[in-house]
Design a protein around this ligand. Structure first.
Ligand SMILES: [Zn+2]
Ligand SMILES: [Zn+2]
Length: 277
């Protein structure tokens, strides 16, 4: 689940959510192993393939996440809804979100929630329900990506080779300093030119970089051609790269800075008017 603008106070919860998602990613891999396919990727793998899904595991993830959410805010009761849903509805949710023509997975999940009328079964807002179910389906995507993501450096596009989402952040890796972008959904990482905008491919000699003086290693790469930004962490002097999911949550101040200047997050370029969620 993504950080809201009051991100700092949400960090412990986001860490806990991430831990649950990663624990279940490993469970999904163990229970639903998938042999790596060797065909060449055209646009992105999941454009023509489907994740492996288990309604039982999905329900378990939902319950774990729901109790986390409830411990943080008693108003957000997802548990009642989860227990009222049949396995077939959970299957339908996974199918609908993947077959949706909307390429942005946040928007696709909102459409799926409305199509299956899940918001009629709960007092919670449809967009909140969609955000919750998206967080719960993440382990199936990360498991799939772990098993199918291309290795090596043969992917030079601005979007994720596995699930097609655009990156919210990336880092310059230790050693050779190459730019690595990461998928906010399935955690796939791929290398990409530092000089190119991942959204519109505009190639300017050094895109505009913005940062706060007190934290110069965390920067915004903004594109004045399309108005989108990605957050970049400089790890060239570090021992390792960084955990992009945690880094995303820890750099909400950069989102605020960018959005105050009128830029939009690259992660959701298909949603023209939507603010960061
Ligand atoms: Zn992805
Ligand atoms: Zn651009």
């Amino acid at each position: 689940m993504k950080a809201e603008l009051s991100g700092a106070s949400l960090m412990p919860l986001l860490r806990q959510i991430l831990n649950v998602q990663r624990e279940f990613r490993d469970l999904v891999i163990a229970e639903l192993p998938l042999r790596k396919k060797t065909s060449t990727i055209q646009n992105y793998i999941l454009e023509c393939e489907r994740i492996l899904f288990s309604p039982r595991l999905f329900r378990e993830i939902c319950i774990r996440l729901a109790s986390l959410m409830a411990s943080h805010n008693r108003e957000t009761d997802f548990i009642t809804l989860i227990f009222s849903l049949e396995d077939s509805t959970l299957e339908a949710l996974a199918t609908t979100v993947q077959s949706c023509l909307e390429p942005d997975l946040v928007a696709a999940m909102e459409i799926a929630v409305r199509e299956l009328r899940l918001h009629k079964l709960s007092p919670l807002d449809p967009s909140l329900l969609a955000e919750f179910f998206l967080a719960a389906i993440v382990p199936f995507y990360t498991a799939y990506a772990r098993q199918q993501a291309p290795v090596g450096e043969d992917w030079y596009r601005g979007w994720c080779p596995v699930c097609g989402q655009y990156p919210v952040n990336g880092y310059n890796r230790p050693g050779d300093g190459r730019r690595i972008l990461g998928c906010w959904m399935c955690e796939t990482e791929w290398s990409f030119s530092r000089l190119t905008c991942p959204i519109c491919s505009s190639n300017q000699e050094g895109q505009l970089m913005l940062f706060l003086e007190e934290d110069p290693l965390r920067r915004l790469q903004v594109c004045d051609d399309c108005g989108y930004y990605v957050k970049i962490t400089d790890c060239t002097q570090a021992q390792t790269g960084c955990d992009l999911q945690l880094e995303n949550a820890e750099t909400v101040f950069l989102d605020i800075l960018a959005q105050r200047k009128g830029y939009r997050p690259a992660s959701h370029p298909h949603r023209l008017t939507r603010e960061m969620r």
